[in-house]
Design a protein around this ligand. Sequence first.
Ligand code: MV4
Length: 452
Amino acid sequence: MIQKLLIANRGEIAVRIIRAAREMGIATVAVFSEIDADSMHVRLADEAICIGPAPSVKSYLMVPNIIMAAKSSGADAIHPGYGFLAENADFVRHCDEAGIIFVGPSADAIDRMGNKAQARATAQAAGVPVVPGSDGVVETAADAAQFADEVGYPVLIKASAGGGGKGMRVAENADELEKQFTAAKNEAAAAFGNDEAYLEKYLAKPRHVEFQVLADSAGNAVYLFERDCSIQRRHQKLIEEAPSPALTPQLRKKMGEAAVALVKAVDYVNAATVEFLLDKDGKFYFMEMNTRVQVEHPITEQITGIDIIKEQLRIASGEPLSITQDDIELDGHAIEFRINAEDPAHDFRPNPGRIDQLIVPGGFGVRVDTHCYPGYLVPPTYDSMIAKLVIWAPTRDEALARGARALAEMIIDPIKTTIPFHQAALRVDDFIAGDVATDFIETHQIDIEDEG
Ligand code: MV4
């Protein structure tokens, strides 16, 4: 078992990982940038090491500094959290060379799934449905046009090195194709240093349904059901729920088994999320595979009772999974509301600053994962998420009611947050009915009451 764990992250996920490690008797080492000197993860860890100035590229992304912090503190493992170096294969290789356990998959697994064209081909070979698309990367606009004629417009041009919506262009018809194809490749070359692109039939109004998978080093893998992440704004998730209102038990089993088949096909170890697009006819298609723990992992924990971070630490310690698929039961309904320091009444513009009054809700089925405290200064430097309100209840309707009640209690003054957006979304009939797709925000009137 890991004796001392360095958490190469900050904010709520660093706090979350420290909590799991502490409960397992694992000593913890926090790393922090100068601007994060007073943050909660620094206070909670057994040890804390400053790794540089505020900018991420000079601190949380500085591989040598993090490796040195691990060595000097005697940490035998590093948990990357999400974002930053969580899906950086070179960082994993540096950990391997330093003899430090990386709590996550191998560098090769990250590389394999990071190349979206290769991930798609791997999914296809594992028998996982993929969107009708090109067979690997497409070299020329002429080849792209030929493919598009075969499957019909609209088509999506996707960058191999892209993901999460980056490097994606839609071509509505043949006239647009060459322009969009060239633009996508130029954008990918500029953004990722890799201009490879592939094509897929564009699915209208899909849902984003992702399956949580845990795989150990003995070849066992289980799925922990799904999360519906369709409520997004510019590819930033805002509300996630588990299970998805759109799945039947039969479809859940099919998708879960497909997710496990893909994870096993790539000899994957640790936590993974297999993302699918679900169309209105209930057909599902592989979209991407994430090789990190996700922001929204708590809703899966709430409906299964499984601590995903602890399972990651056990797997990284070489322990076999303590659960089989038959042990995992889906209980109730969970919803996560991401509380960001943004002003939804003004195009979600960032609104960092000092928190003077902080009242977090509680009660049965209410969990708040946050690193904030009264007096905490939310820095402008990093991601704007400052808390996750995670609701559980026996049914979806009760979870909606509990969510509205908890949001009404939550006070984070004087900074603007996304709380009013969530309260407004809970009043939208289609959301209440669970009848949403990834274009929900663009296609619905969400009346946000400006807190003045
Ligand atoms: C798609 C799609 C429709 N058809 N692929 C967005 C980011 C990346 N995960 C892939 N994405 C999409 N791929 C096909 N063939 C629509 C999206 C998409 C999307 C997917 C999930 C969640 C939100 C989204 C917002 C816009 C587009």
